[in-house]
Design a protein around this ligand. Structure first.
Ligand code: COA
Length: 192
């Protein structure tokens, strides 16, 4: 019996912006991941490791060493650790997720450590990741979904050139309750 063929995968690439290097996660990122994921603002909007459960160091290790690398292998997308190129400081996670290969659709997701916020870094990384998906990998659509109350994330979407499409009702669990999701997209025609 022949072995099952792997599904489509994205090539492992390093992306560079003016201030950031986006590379694969390593064990050196565990402290930064833990800091970001235990921050109240992150916990307000991202229900990890699962709704209602505290995020532990073991969860951060599992993310860096297993879950993030697996994103490529399973075909879900790709996860990058963003670091400031000048200092090496860990900034956050940016990823392509929920990739639907046949339809050439993917979704961008992200979070940053508290001390890196409000400097335009998330916008810079989202621009790089979404342009790479559309230009380099020839996806037809990159989606971005944010809780309707998540002003910062919705600003990142707009600042990155995404178009607001509408609201998915009651679409995602949070640690407390559920939320509607604001849906944005970027397509190749937006960039000509
Ligand atoms: C959302 C998040 C990634 C934004 O990161 P960031 O690096 O601060 O974003 P930027 O600096 O690129 O800011 C982009 C825009 O958002 C605005 N913004 C950032 N934080 C904000 C806040 N707390 N309230 C209101 N606006 C905010 C900025 O002013 C900027 O808008 P402007 O250019 O019109 O001034 C970060 O706040 C975060 O990690 N939040 C918790 C996790 C999360 O919500 N992830 C997204 C899930 S969909």
């Amino acid at each position: 019996m022949s072995a099952a063929r792997p599904g489509p995968t994205l090539p492992a690439v390093i992306l560079r912006t003016d201030r950031l290097t986006l590379r694969a996660f390593t064990e050196s990122d565990v402290d930064g991941v833990l800091r970001a994921m235990t921050d109240p603002e992150t916990r307000r909007w991202i229900p990890l490791p699962e709704p209602g459960r505290t995020y532990t160091r073991a969860d951060a290790e599992h993310w860096c060493l297993v879950q993030a690398p697996e994103a490529r292998v399973t075909g879900d997308g790709q996860q990058w650790a963003a670091v400031e190129t000048a200092t090496g400081a860990f900034v956050g996670a940016f990823g392509l997720v929920h990739t639907r290969w046949r339809a050439r659709l993917t979704e961008v997701g992200y979070w940053t450590v508290p001390e890196a916020r409000r400097r335009g870094l998330a916008t810079e990384a989202v621009v790089a990741v979404s342009r790479w998906a559309l230009f380099d990998r020839r996806f037809e659509r990159v989606e971005l979904k944010a809780a309707t109350g998540n002003t910062a994330s919705r600003r990142v979407a707009v600042r990155s050139g995404f178009a607001f499409e509408g609201v998915e009702r009651n679409a995602m669990p949070l640690h407390v309750g559920r939320t509607d999701l604001a849906v944005y997209s970027l397509i190749p025609a937006d960039l000509v």
